[in-house]
Design a protein. Structure first.
Length: 319
């Protein structure tokens, strides 16, 4: 069903927000075909000019399938389960889940985390549990579990990859979310954005990438921030420097990737085509494209299906 006219006929930001929330609510349906294509008509390389009052945000939205009540009954789903990190992505997703009216469990899972990340996570959970009667919070300190894992003799003496340990933190959180979801007939809601999930693959395979539904995976980081503003996410969470929270030196995403999310958005929207067309690039643009291509290439295995050996045709296929 084409519903773009509903967006265009919405006269206020509040009406537009309610429309978008209703769409996201309908997304929590295993039988639903859902596609959001977000495009702005203007983009500045150094800053995203995302403004709902000036640009057509949603180009096309297609929805079909059962309503939430049918989904809940047909799939025996009782709860939505969300890990809340203290960042903007999980803040937006947790708020959207709260807005569905379905029972929602928000989980804070510090693992030797910085006090600031833990504070922002606790803040978001506290705000939503206070505002929404269908939301409950859960705090699980996984630091002792991680330290016990890390201290095993094989990991302490032989298999000591720091990147491996960082990813283990993400996988421990995934295991915890699924333990909760399994106990309450729930599903785990993903919090990855478009750049992370489909651009540079900046997530942990079978960690924060292990989810049942990804409601904001077609939104750029700048778009998630703007949606956060409309949803009333605290400004300090919106402004917080993006970080995966997996490193005890509190390194941020931009340091790890080597360029900003705004630059990566430009690459995905315009830069790759500009590069492929052989057009002149500034030094800044060249660096951003180089970082994007590097991460996209080495993390491609995360973003495609698992290769399977096809016995009949004696080759490798991706299903």
């Amino acid at each position: 069903m084409r519903v773009l006219s509903s967006w265009q006929n919405s006269s206020s930001h509040i009406e537009k927000l309610r429309f978008l929330i209703d769409l996201c609510s309908s997304f929590f349906n295993f039988g639903t075909s859902f596609s959001i294509v977000l495009r702005t008509f203007r983009y500045n390389f150094t800053q995203s000019n995302f403004d709902l009052s000036k640009f057509k945000v949603i180009k096309e939205v297609y929805l079909n399938g059962n309503n939430l009540i049918e989904m809940k009954n047909d799939n025996n789903i009782t709860y939505l389960v969300v890990g809340v990190s203290g960042g903007i992505d999980s803040a937006v997703v947790s708020t959207l889940c709260a807005e569905t009216g379905l029972p929602t469990i928000l989980v804070g899972m510090p693992i030797n985390s910085s006090p600031e990340n833990t504070r922002l996570s606790d803040l978001q959970i506290s705000l939503l549990t206070t505002k929404y009667s269908n939301v409950e919070g859960c705090h699980i300190d996984l630091s002792p579990v991680f330290e016990s894992f890390k201290s095993r003799k094989a990991f302490d003496k032989m298999f000591t990859s720091e990147l491996g340990f960082a990813n283990t933190k993400s996988r421990l959180r995934m295991i915890s979310l699924y333990q909760i979801a399994s106990s309450v007939n729930g599903i785990v809601i993903g919090t990855g954005n478009k750049v992370e999930d489909f651009g540079v693959g900046f997530y942990t395979k079978y960690g924060d990438g292990g989810v049942d539904i990804s409601p904001i995976a077609d939104l750029y980081k700048s778009e998630v921030r703007e949606l956060g503003k409309l949803l009333g996410v605290p400004q300090e969470i919106i402004n917080a420097e993006p970080t995966d929270g997996l490193w005890e030196d509190n390194r941020v995403d931009e340091t790890q990737i080597g360029t900003s999310y705004d630059n990566l958005e430009w690459v995905m929207e315009y830069g790759i085509k500009k590069w492929e067309d052989g057009l002149d690039l500034t030094e800044k643009e060249s660096i951003a494209i180089s970082k994007y291509v590097d991460f996209n290439t080495k993390n491609k295995h995360k973003m495609v299906s698992i290769p399977v050996f096809d016995l009949k045709n004696n080759n490798i296929i991706w299903r």
